[in-house]
Ligand binder design. Sequence first.
Ligand code: BG6
Length: 294
Amino acid sequence: MSYEHFEIPGRLSIEDDADGWPVLHVSSAWSAAEIHLHGAHVTRFRKSGDAPLLFLSERAEFAPGKPIRGGVPIIFPWFGNRDGQPAHGTARTTAWELEETAECEDGSVLAAFRLPADGGCDVTFRVTVGRTLRMDLRIANATDAPLAFENCLHTYFETGDIHRTEVRGLRGAGFIDSLTGQRHTDTADAIRFAAETDRIYQNTTAACEIHDPAFGRVITVRKSGSRSTVVWNPWTDKSKRMADFGDDEYLRMVCVESGNVKDDAITLAPGGSELLTVEIDSAPVVEKPGMEAK
Ligand code: BG6
């Protein structure tokens, strides 16, 4: 299939990657991104002069039926495992249709995708590459019965050193520890990482910050239409069990995922729709003299 008419000179080109997969190369005055049609999966996003914001595994596989390890897998219509069904739903392993590309008035570049119709849900995903990376996942119920689902933008972030990385913004929120199944309330000022971490925060609409002193930056994750935040790092043993993930790659990534899962799952009335928006950005941190950690 030819995608030539979607290309925007100097801003957006579409070519097959080394594995023969169509990929959009998008650039704005401030940033660059890559988006695979497989899963409508944003695999890379980088602001000029900054390290990549998104982590993509060196062992990521680009193969039919397989999700891509890193970037932003779209989790829909369910989160986690389901008997006899693919983990995290089918959206991330489906070839989406490219619907529209455009250069916006403010200089950002838009690419819009649609999930091939399936059982009456109308699902679109719009990616805006500019000063930030903005992603809008809209799910509409085109049937005459209620539609129940979970959704999540499973964002993998690149971090300089997981031992010094902190995720802030979730203090006071309740979470399910997926490793034990137990529920807790987070009382810490920040999440720090020293072991496998797999938490589903519920009923939180808060923005999060990822503090990364190794790269000297703070990543912000702002969201709307989302009541759940998942924080995940596989640490050592699970890293070794994942074929598409390097044994030491846990040292330079953390997932802070925004969506609606478990207690926050959504049921849409006929004709209803829900919009999940996630916007990520980064800013350098300039340490003031005398502020170094002791
Ligand atoms: C996270 C889950 O969202 O995704 C973890 O909380 C899971 O439990 C991780 O291991 C990766 O899942 P997958 O299916 O991409 O290997």
